[in-house]
Design a protein around this ligand. Structure first.
Ligand code: ADP
Ligand code: MG
Length: 281
């Protein structure tokens, strides 16, 4: 197939179709760091299901092993026991069907926003030329950066940089998006705008999303499923189904249902945070 032909009238519906989703599972996953005699167990026998096309939020105290979980899901690290599967296939390393967006910006400073978005597919030889540029431009317009395509990362605000990173991940048409505290460090206003923007994208595409945060309100606002972690060695304490309607809006966070979820999550997380505080004293 001629790749230049695929992006002719890449309409929204076509894009949405391309973005298929997959079921991700962790089964009996454990992970320790260090030598045998001095090993520190970070992840302890975690089994959790990330249903296809749903947004699952992982929430846990700082330092409990959330990024370690992300690295295992992405295939950057290998579990000591157990396995991660995508639609039943065991993950053995990183692949472009699983895109990760980190808290730290990973934009290349000497490339424009557009060049940053086209860089990955170009390097891998997946897509190229005018059709790739057009696809990238459409994505950047979609994330609200139409006016900023030819600017450099330093010329973008924090929120814009995160949106550029989203576009950079989406150009690879991943089946799974993994986000590791992507909005941490943004000011409160930008953060809440980014949450709403991210939800819009998700509600449009409905692809499997795994979103890591340490903020309870963010977690409840976004999630279909909320996975609450314990302290190290980390296990899954509870999975709560967040039964708030979509499309979501901020008013839902003040509903009685959301309050009940928040109370439940806070009680569990507070207990865990207290334990880690006692250990580190
Ligand atoms: P979180 O993202 O929840 O803040 P992390 O997954 O970054 O937590 O870290 C969990 C624990 O694992 C920490 O105690 C950290 O020191 C340890 N850890 C993470 N990555 C490594 C590594 N590559 N080598 C050694 N220890 C690590
Ligand atoms: Mg982390």
């Amino acid at each position: 197939m001629n790749p230049n032909k695929t992006a002719t009238k890449t309409s929204e519906s076509k894009n949405a179709k391309k973005l298929e989703s997959a079921r991700v599972e962790m089964k009996g996953v454990s992970k320790s760091y260090g030598e045998d005699w001095d090993a520190e167990e970070v992840i302890k026998n975690i089994s959790v299901d990330f249903p296809a096309g749903e947004l699952t939020v992982i929430v846990g105290p700082s330092g409990c092993g959330k990024s370690t979980l992300v690295n295992l899901l992405a295939g950057f690290e290998k579990p000591d026991t157990g396995q991660v599967t995508i639609d039943g296939e065991i993950v053995t390393g990183p692949a472009k069907d699983r895109m990760v967006v980190f808290q730290e910006t990973a934009l290349i400073p000497w490339q424009t926003t557009l060049e940053n978005v086209t860089f990955g597919p170009k390097m891998r030889g997946d897509k190229q030329g005018a059709s790739l540029n057009k696809e990238a431009e459409e994505l950047l317009i979609k994330v609200g950066l139409g006016e900023f395509m030819h600017k450099y990362p330093i010329q973008l605000s924090g929120g814009m940089q995160r949106r550029a990173e989203l576009a950079r991940a989406l150009i690879n048409e991943p089946t799974v998006m993994i986000m590791d505290e992507p909005f941490r460090g943004l000011d409160a206003m930008s953060r809440s705008l980014m949450q709403e923007f991210f939800l819009q994208l998700f509600e449009e595409n409905q692809k499997t999303n795994i979103f890591v945060t340490s903020e309870i309100d963010e977690a409840i606002f976004l999630a279909d499923n909320l996975v609450i972690l314990s302290n190290k060695p980390t296990t899954v304490q509870t999975v709560i189904k967040i039964d708030l309607p979509r499309p979501r809006n901020y008013k839902m966070l003040t509903s009685a249902k959301a309050f009940k979820y928040r109370k439940q999550a806070m009680e569990l997380l507070h207990g865990e945070a207290m334990k880690s505080f006692a250990v580190s004293k």
